[in-house]
Design a protein around this ligand. Structure first.
Ligand code: ATP
Length: 235
């Protein structure tokens, strides 16, 4: 579904991604794990068109997409939930969700998807008239994910969904990620510092260090890899 081929990204003179190769197949959950500053968010932003790719190629469903705008990429089915959620705090929950569907005009499909996100997160239905900014951190994460789902993505890019949340909320969010993958057949690319939880729901994973992919393997093997255990799993 998605291929990153020899991707290089720099901020000014500082190169942060060095020749990245990543491949994601339709229906997979893939995780990218790495330390602070390793280049995880930059990788997601390169895919979603938010930061420019200096060289290399990104191919989505057979088409080169690395020169397309974020809007065009959303229309093609690539949606990102950014780190820190970035919901619209002074818009209501309902209005935030409406924003997610702004490129669509299939009102029946939009209604079905609204029912679906409310079934995933009933608390959002209860709070649909409340301003987004008044929600708890966990609820804002739910809203950010739901807003992305309202665009009907084929590929959902999740940047640190567990950040700053309580363990029980994190557990729920990871369960929902699996549910979305299974029920909607949405392919997931999950960036996480919480490597343990991410590898438990992923099919495969990549490890990034200083902008270089150093390991690529099945999630099962990564959980048993001694270097990964030592660096990222605290074992
Ligand atoms: P974190 O988990 O802390 O978000 P990360 O793995 O997602 O880390 P990135 O945010 O992609 O890493 O950052 C990779 C490198 O690029 C870091 O050294 C960071 O300081 C640098 N960087 C990120 N954004 C910018 C920017 N807008 N301008 C300059 N340098 C940046």
């Amino acid at each position: 579904m998605l291929e990153l081929r020899n991707i290089n990204v720099a901020y000014g003179n500082i190169q942060v991604l060095h020749g990245l190769n990543i491949e994601i197949k339709s229906g997979e959950i893939i995780t990218l794990i790495g330390a602070n500053g390793a280049g995880k968010s930059t990788t997601l932003m390169a895919i979603s068109g938010v930061v420019p790719v200096r060289s290399g190629k990104i191919v989505f469903e057979g088409e080169p997409v690395h020169k397309l705008s974020p809007e065009k990429l959303v229309a093609m089915g690539i949606c990102q939930v950014p780190e820190g959620r970035h919901i619209f705090p002074s818009l209501t929950v309902q209005e935030n969700l409406d924003m997610g569907a702004f490129l669509r005009n299939d009102s029946d499909g939009i209604k079905d998807d609204l029912d679906y996100v409310f079934s995933l997160f009933p608390i959002l239905a209860e709070r649909r008239s409340q301003d987004g900014g008044t929600l708890s951190g966990g609820e804002q994460q739910m809203l950010a994910m739901s807003r992305a789902l309202m665009a009907r993505p084929k590929l959902l890019l999740l940047d640190e969904p567990s950040m700053g949340l309580a363990p029980l909320v994190i557990k729920r969010i990871f369960e929902i990620i699996q549910k979305i993958n299974k029920e909607q057949n949405t392919t997931i690319f999950l960036v996480e510092q919480n490597a343990n939880q991410a590898l438990h729901i992923a099919d495969r994973g990549y490890v990034i260090e200083n902008g270089v992919i150093t390991i690529s393997d099945s999630a099962k093997s990564l959980l048993q890899n001694q270097d990964v255990q030592k660096a990222y799993l605290g074992i």
